[in-house]
Design a protein around this ligand. Structure first.
Ligand SMILES: [Zn+2]
Length: 193
């Protein structure tokens, strides 16, 4: 279990939304080394469990579909972080993924009755739709305004900026931020020499 925690939580996943995790699942370590977590079935299982996307369809993982969606989400993150927005083609692609049959079900518990959206088929299309829906929800409630991409070009981690002024530039001040400061100091030293 500890190993699972490490490849997911310790690596910084599970904090913002499923779509952010999928965008970050192609992870650059800040020094140019790339890890594709989608190829790791343990990472995938932890991801699904963390975001309540299980009981997970563990077999026949549609990697191509996930990679396509990741490409779309990564581009969306880069655009949104730069103050842009999705164009109609991208929105239509998100809508295609969201197009899965659901029915509304009434659930009764101690808090009363609530209506729940239940998938007609609990399959991968549903999981993929849920991931895309998490971007849709953030777009709809303007939470995407806090989405940033780490300024370290060897990192590009997608994160949520919690600061009031939205001034955070690096995914982590101690790693990426510190490296940028060291780089700047070195450049200044060169100039003085
Ligand atoms: Zn970073």
């Amino acid at each position: 279990m500890k190993a699972l925690q490490n490849i997911f939580h310790a690596a910084g996943f599970g904090k913002v939304a499923p779509w952010v995790d999928l965008a970050n699942s192609q992870e650059w370590n800040g020094f140019g080394k790339l890890t594709d977590h989608l190829t790791n079935s343990r990472w995938l299982a932890t991801f699904l469990k963390h975001w309540n996307l299980h009981p997970l369809p563990s077999k026949n993982v549609p990697r191509r579909k996930l990679v396509h969606l990741r490409f779309l989400l990564r581009r969306a993150a880069e655009k949104l972080a730069a103050g842009g927005s999705l164009d109609p083609r991208e929105i239509s692609k998100v809508n295609q993924v969201l197009n899965v049959p659901v029915w509304q079900k009434l659930v009764q518990d101690q808090n009363g009755i609530r209506a729940e959206m239940v998938p007609v088929r609990s399959d991968w299309n549903w999981v993929i739709a849920r991931i895309a829906a998490s971007l849709g929800e953030m777009l709809a409630n303007h939470e995407v305004e806090r989405i940033k991409v780490c300024a370290n070009s060897d990192c590009r981690w997608v994160f949520r900026d919690p600061t009031k002024a939205k001034t955070k530039r690096w995914c982590n001040d101690r790693t990426c931020g510190n490296r940028a400061r060291v780089r700047r100091a070195r450049a200044a030293q060169k100039q003085r020499a």
